[in-house]
Design a protein around this ligand. Structure first.
Ligand code: ATP
Length: 899
């Protein structure tokens, strides 16, 4: 019934609440539960997921598989049953691996999506709670603030300076003002200013409203009934490799055909033999597993980053973050703990110190180390009350620990008020708030208009000290007396506190006539009485100090961009070990500079204080003008442009708005600077591993294929049969190829400079590496084969030896690739990584089986090798490893070039 009404915008608020069976106090949790059952969860219908079987079958939809299936048919027709079975084995194993990898990737993506779920602040059972957007029901009372994503269609009940960005719905990019006043019933969506709609974002102000429709019944749900949920796990590099693999397949297909023609018609190989050789060549040459292994490398990377509290929202960023050369970080909460506590209170004649721990409302007050009786200082009582009125944050005790819901700056003030003995609820009930100017980092203060039942009416304002001081004409002596303000005194005190690293706030007030019901900026122009300064401490995060050191060793510059005071920022900068705390630029300085001047100043400056979010955008541009790859953190709705513009935008998961998250590539679940550095480390690792996978796969394929090409071209006997090549390809691809995706980070990963963002994957050095490895492998395989033949062994024996040399060379090549960038190679670097060693163990067992088990000997035409030849295999492998390592050492040491 409720869902059928569609003129909520033109109804009176009480009518709306009545029709929805709700009230200003919200729903009870039982009622909400019942409604959730009745109307279903608040989410748009998603496309149905494909079933497991369909997803498995889709693995066969691949050019390589078609060719292999065709080959299986031909070999079956030719009565080569064993070959048919082996080829089908390759096909099935390939599909299974593709399937498992795809699943893993999908799971990684799903987990991320869950972590990024939206939350709404609602009134349930009479108190404010955060709930999952899916549990939002019709009739819920919702609170909204700037940056929030609107999660359902909502009729506004109260709105202060409220506006919403409705582009997703109306296409209008300018924010539209909203109010709780009803509008004409024929108003079009864009004119329904008494409503906000799902999918839009709050641009400014604060509001309270009631949910009138959810899920597919919202306006957004109506226009996009079917939202596709299909997302592919890929990045530009992986796409590039994917394309490359496709071209390569076509090229190899044509090339194989050519080799077949040469083999059969020019060299006179029988059809059967030439055909099988070309199938072997085809399978060996194509890096069929490569795209899947790269995908799994990304999936592993995403999971590792999520574990370290960095969630990737836009996949290409996994690559970009590894090459970040400058991190622009907020101070509060990112470099500091964001657990603020009032530690100093300065009044017109006294300096109080306050002690305590966190948000626990217990602490003593001191003047010059002497404990004071708070009851003897009326000003403290006044301050406590005023602080509670001019703030929205709640203080709660949860499982023995005190927590806040809201801003830590306000949390500190509220805790201070509780220490004095006031209860937030009581004070806020006694002095009803009629209007407010919400806090904005642009004007850096917040003001409220309150009326008591006894007829007392006042405006309270709190904010950045130097701004409030300038706004005041008087200073507080007691409730009934004031005197002209001594600006110099207050400014000196504010500086004193700031240079100790404290965030300095000031609180002022004025009395107003009782009939005043609206508050606006003009009301703050005169008659304000400054009551006190608050000095808030916010200790640095110890892990940020460590992370900062790591950044410097990795040649990454760190810039602190803060809304806080210059002196506070400098003191914190020094404590955490920021390199250059002498040159500080303020928001005002930045404003005076042209873009050119800013560009020439930014690199030498590490602290930007008293900035507004608009400055962040200019700073990002200035750094980018120096070709820097910039990571920028942000939380507010106004940070969105800078986050978008930065190469890697990083939003705060805890304190960040949805608007900031939506403009970012990463979301930090713990708001911690150290997590950014972990993500960079992971990003570097993912790139390294992608590179390792490619650097291992391509030469391996080239070498396997070359064995066949060389044999056919020079009319030699095949040193390894095509079916054996299929075996080698399969057994190594499913073990070694995948193991590299799980490779740990290089030990020098944070001691290297950031990689150039446009570095090509298939560099000239990598191509050289492919040629070099192919050459060494060919010598190893043909050498072993001819050595065995010369010593009178059967051709089967010689081939078994050559096959084992090939497979073990691949293992040693992998051990080499694992430490591609390490100059001071130690034995433990070679031996690390359990996944690699599990893969190697599987291969060793498989090779023992194919070499010594009678049944397999028949299938693959192999022979048992003697001990001496087993030793020979290792000697060859170690020799090749040394040659590979020597080339690397020369390349890294002499030419400073990595692959
Ligand atoms: P950072 O940029 O380092 O993360 P921040 O984001 O907390 O710091 P802003 O939120 O822009 O910085 O705050 C700037 C100044 O505004 C603070 O230094 C403080 O003086 C004042 N301020 C912060 N929060 C409030 C609030 N809730 N009410 C009034 N004033 C505030």
């Amino acid at each position: 019934m409720m869902q059928n009404i569609n003129n909520w915008h033109s109804l009176d608020q009480n009518d709306v609440l009545n029709k929805l069976n709700s009230s200003e106090d919200g729903l009870s949790s039982e009622e909400a539960e019942a409604r959730l059952k009745k109307y279903g969860p608040n989410k748009l219908q998603e496309e149905k997921k494909k079933s497991l079987i369909v997803r498995f079958l889709m693995q066969f939809n691949n050019l390589l598989i078609y060719v292999l299936l065709a080959a299986a048919v031909v070999t079956a027709l030719l009565d080569h049953t064993i070959d048919t079975v082996v080829i089908l084995g390759v096909v099935v194993i390939n599909a299974i691996i593709g399937f498992i990898q795809e699943n893993r990737a999908q799971n990684a993506m799903d987990a991320i999506k869950k972590m990024l779920a939206f939350q709404a602040t609602v009134l349930r059972d009479g108190s404010k709670q955060k709930i999952d957007s899916q549990s939002l029901v019709i009739g819920d009372i919702v609170f909204m603030k700037p940056g929030d994503r609107v999660l359902a269609d909502i009729r506004l009940l109260e709105a202060h300076g409220f506006s919403a960005q409705e582009a997703p719905l109306t296409g209008e990019s300018v924010a539209v003002e909203k109010s709780s006043k009803k509008v004409a019933s024929d108003a079009i969506i864009a004119d329904r200013s008494s409503m906000v709609f799902a999918g839009t974002t709050i641009a400014g102000g604060q509001a309270k409203g009631v949910v009138i429709s959810t899920a597919n019944n919202t306006e957004l749900g109506r226009i996009s009934k079917m939202l596709s949920s299909v997302e592919v796990l890929t990045t530009p590099l992986v796409e590039q490799m994917d394309k490359f693999a496709k071209y390569l397949t076509f090229f190899i297909l044509s090339f194989s055909l050519l080799i077949f023609l040469i083999g059969h018609f020019v060299k006179g190989l029988p059809f059967n033999e030439a055909f099988m050789a070309v199938i072997g060549l085809f399978v060996a040459a194509i890096p069929e597993g490569l795209p899947a292994v790269l995908t799994i490398t990304l999936a592993v990377g995403i999971q590792a980053m999520a574990k370290r509290n960095a969630i990737v929202r836009q996949l290409p960023a996994i690559e970009t973050i590894g090459s970040v050369s400058i991190i622009c970080s907020d101070k509060t909460g990112t470099l500091t703990q964001n657990e603020m506590m009032v530690s100093s209170v300065v009044t017109y004649k006294e300096d109080f110190k306050v002690d305590g721990a966190g948000y626990e409302p217990i602490g003593n007050f001191y003047i010059k180390n002497d404990k004071v009786d708070i009851n003897k200082h009326e000003i403290l009582n006044f301050l406590a009350k005023a602080s509670l009125l001019c703030s929205d944050t709640l203080l709660k005790k949860e499982e023995e620990s005190w927590k806040i819901e809201g801003s830590p700056t306000e949390g500190a003030l509220i805790t201070f008020a509780h220490k004095i003995g006031f209860d937030a609820d009581e004070v806020r009930r006694a002095f009803k708030r009629d209007d407010m100017i919400p806090f904005d980092s642009k004007h850096k203060f917040m003001a409220t208009l309150n009326h008591s039942h006894e007829g007392e009416s006042l405006i309270v304002i709190k904010g950045a000290a130097e701004i409030i001081i300038k706004m005041c004409q008087y200073e507080y002596i007691d409730k009934n007396s004031k005197k002209e303000i001594n600006t110099a005194y207050w400014e000196d005190k504010a500086k004193e506190l700031a240079s100790e690293g404290q965030r300095v706030l000031a609180l002022a007030y004025k009395k107003v006539p009782h009939d005043k019901s609206a508050l606006d900026f003009a009301d703050l122009k005169d008659e304000l009485i400054l009551v006190s300064l608050f000095g808030l401490i916010d200790p640095p995060r110890p892990e940020a100090i460590e992370a900062l050191k790591e950044c410097y060793s990795a040649d990454i510059d760190v810039k602190m961009i803060t809304g806080d005071h210059l002196l506070t920022a400098t003191a914190i900068g020094r404590t955490i070990g920021l390199k250059n705390c002498e040159n500080v630029l303020s928001g005002a300085d930045i404003e005076k500079m042209s873009d050119k001047e800013l560009q020439s100043a930014v690199l030498q400056t590490d602290i930007f204080a008293r900035t507004t979010p608009e400055h962040k955008l200019r700073l990002v541009k200035a750094f980018q003008a120096h070709s820097k790859i910039v990571a920028m953190t942000g939380d507010g709705v106004n940070d969105a442009p800078a986050l978008k513009r930065a190469n890697v935008g990083i939003a705060m998961g805890k304190s960040g708005t949805e608007a900031a998250k939506e403009s970012s590539e990463f979301v930090l679940t713990d708001d911690n600077f150290a997590s950014i550095v972990s993500a960079i480390k992971e990003g570097r690792k993912v790139y390294d591993n992608i590179k390792k996978v490619i650097s291992w796969t391509l030469p391996t394929n080239a070498a396997e294929a070359s064995v066949i090409i060389v044999a056919i071209f020079f009319g030699m006997v095949m040193p390894i049969t095509p079916i054996q090549i299929l075996w080698a390809n399969m057994i190594t691809a499913i073990t070694l190829g995948i193991a590299l995706a799980f490779e740990d980070e290089d030990k020098n990963i944070m001691k290297r400079s950031p990689r150039a963002i446009d570095e090509p994957l298939l560099s000239r050095d990598l191509i050289w590496h492919i040629i070099y490895v192919t050459f060494l492998f060919l010598i190893g395989v043909f050498g072993a084969y001819y050595y065995a033949v010369q010593s009178g062994a059967t051709i089967e024996y010689a081939r078994t030896l050559a096959l084992n040399v090939l497979v073990f060379l691949e293992i040693f090549h992998l051990l080499y690739i694992r430490n591609l960038n390490i100059i001071d190679l130690k034995l433990k670097d070679i031996l690390a990584n359990r996944v690699v060693w599990s893969a190697i163990s599987i291969i060793v067992v498989a090779q023992i089986a194919i070499t010594y088990v009678g049944f397999l000997q028949k299938v693959f035409a192999t022979n048992s090798l003697e001990l001496f030849d087993l030793i020979l295999i290792f000697v060859i492998c170690i020799f090749v490893f040394v040659l590979l390592e020597s080339e690397k050492q020369i390349r890294l040491r002499v030419f400073s070039k990595s692959l």
